[in-house]
Design a protein. Structure first.
Length: 508
């Protein structure tokens, strides 16, 4: 599913491997017995070009010249909005005679930045790889399998990597994911959205990787509900895996938080489109995503407790030995929780779970279910579904949020969860609501929802804190937090009333 383009495109699935596991995957019988031709081994040397301030990268364009023996190929790739989990990019390839870009071959308005910046374009990094290449028949498709063992040459040395690229030459995405899942039985294959160009830019950077927030999702009103779900879900998976790579390298608190946000957003999307994606796998996928989020949760809860309760109290209790012991104890607990996080995200269950989820999103049973009702649900314009679902969630928040002061902590937490779901839906469908009036109403609604969610979050943190303290020092700190409850409840009630006075922004 996706929009057509006149530009040539490649549809490929990128899979990252743990070090020293590539040969194990290449030994799979599918790659030994069913290739259409004899495997080819290539020694590739790619030079990437850009301006000193990375002008092409900022324009969403990569320019490289790849040398294989005496043959040189100039490749330009232009980013486009993802329509699914597999990468789909506009790509132009031409054979060239030298190691310098040939700008006479650059044509098309989308490549205008290449021509505008050509005077300052220069080599910026190189990628070398030993590639084993073969075409295999799988299902009804022909798939090119490229296995790369490579390294990126950056200013601070080299970075090694191993990856598979499965490119659909002819056939269906269902077979593309089917082959990936079959090969993953040899060794875990991690879904990857990282291009070799991105690996190179990472090698150039002096800064440690920082948490990645979700990109804006661009939907069009003419999209079907099925197409919209795949766009939204692909964005959630990219958000998740970008932060997973950071956490794998080092226990970065904000990146763990963003992983949880990505998992929550993906589960919210499945719920939002639950009638569209209904099949026997749907609930299993949601349960597995919940397992992932829960295993990340302890580290996040400890981060919040340390950051919002213990550290702010440091100045008042700096001479208190019991407080210092308490802080050290929770910091140690957090370290152990992060160790669990890193073990979890490298486990076969987590790695394969992401791949299974990606396969279901792009090529699950729900995509091809042949009943008339299923086809109608898939084809429903996303603009219609958006109005129905946001309206329904809005009413649920208003209903559950009545009498906030009288609700117990668990009930208030449920209101907060409903607000999150409503905000996710509004973010997913943001591009569908056009016109200054709708945008102003939406901005006011999101601002009020965010404020109410934040207030209820602080109340929930206090409630969670009551379950965490086991010492006199913790109990004393908790009493300080409890003194804020009435003030927070008053604020929450005012925010709820403001929400009730707002005009709907989602009705056309």
């Amino acid at each position: 599913m996706g929009n057509r383009s006149d530009a040539p495109q490649e549809i490929e699935l990128k899979l990252e491997l743990e070090p020293e596991t590539l040969d194990k995957v290449l030994a799979h019988p599918l790659l030994q017995a069913e290739s259409h031709d004899n495997p080819v081994t290539q020694d590739l040397h790619s030079t990437y070009f850009d301006t000193p301030d990375q002008g092409l990268r900022k324009a969403g364009i990569s320019l490289r010249i790849r040398r294989n023996g005496s043959r040189r190929v100039q490749t330009i790739k232009a980013a486009r909005s993802s329509s699914g989990v597999a990468l789909a990019r506009n790509e132009w390839e031409q054979e060239v005679k030298s190691d310098d870009p040939d700008y006479t071959l650059v044509k098309g308005s989308v490549l205008k930045p290449v021509m505008e910046l050509r005077e300052s374009i220069q080599p910026i990094f190189s990628v070398t790889a030993e590639r084993k290449l073969c075409n295999i028949s799988y299902g009804t498709s022909i798939i090119e399998v490229a296995a790369d063992r490579g390294k990126v040459e950056g200013k601070d040395g080299t970075r090694s990597f191993e990856e598979l690229e499965l490119e659909l030459k002819d056939g269906t995405p269902t077979d593309l994911f089917g082959l990936a899942r079959a090969l993953s039985t040899q060794a875990p294959l991690r879904l990857s959205f990282k291009t070799k160009a991105e690996r190179g830019f990472e090698a150039l950077s002096d800064e440690a990787p920082k948490r990645v927030k979700a990109d804006a999702i661009i939907l069009k009103r003419r999209m079907t509900s099925a197409q919209a779900f795949q766009v939204i879900s692909a964005s959630c998976l990219q958000h998740l895996m970008a932060n997973e790579a950071i956490v794998r390298a080092a226990p970065e608190a904000d990146a763990v938080h963003q992983m949880r946000v990505a998992l929550r957003r993906l589960r919210a999307a499945i719920t939002l489109f639950k009638t569209v994606v209904e099949d026997e796998q749907r609930d299993e996928i949601k349960d597995e995503l919940k397992w992932m989020a829960n295993l990340l949760g302890m580290a996040r809860d400890l981060d919040v407790y340390i950051g919002k309760v213990l550290e702010p109290a440091q100045a008042r209790h700096e001479r208190d030995v019991s407080y210092r012991q308490l802080l050290a104890e929770f910091q140690e607990r957090r370290n152990r929780a992060y160790q669990t996080v890193q073990e979890t995200i490298t486990s076969p269950r987590f790695v394969n779970g992401i791949l299974v989820t990606a396969a279901w999103i792009q090529a699950g049973r729900w995509v091809v279910e042949g009943s008339k009702a299923a086809r109608q649900r898939r084809r429903q314009p996303v603009s219609e579904l958006a109005e129905q679902e946001i309206g329904r969630r809005w009413k649920r928040v208003l209903k559950r949020g009545r009498n906030l002061a009288e609700l117990d902590p668990d009930e208030r937490h449920q209101v907060r969860i409903e607000i999150k779901k409503l905000r996710y839906a509004a973010e997913f469908f943001d591009a569908l609501f056009k016109g200054s009036s709708a945008k102003n109403r939406k901005r006011a609604a999101l601002k009020t929802l965010e404020a109410l969610q934040e207030t209820l979050g602080e109340l929930n943190d206090i409630a969670v804190g009551s379950e965490m303290h086991t010492s006199e020092a913790e109990a004393a700190l908790h009493q300080e937090q409890l003194s804020r409850v009435n003030e927070l409840l008053t604020a929450a009630q005012a925010q709820y009333r403001a929400l009730g006075r707002l005009e709907p922004f989602w009705r056309t």
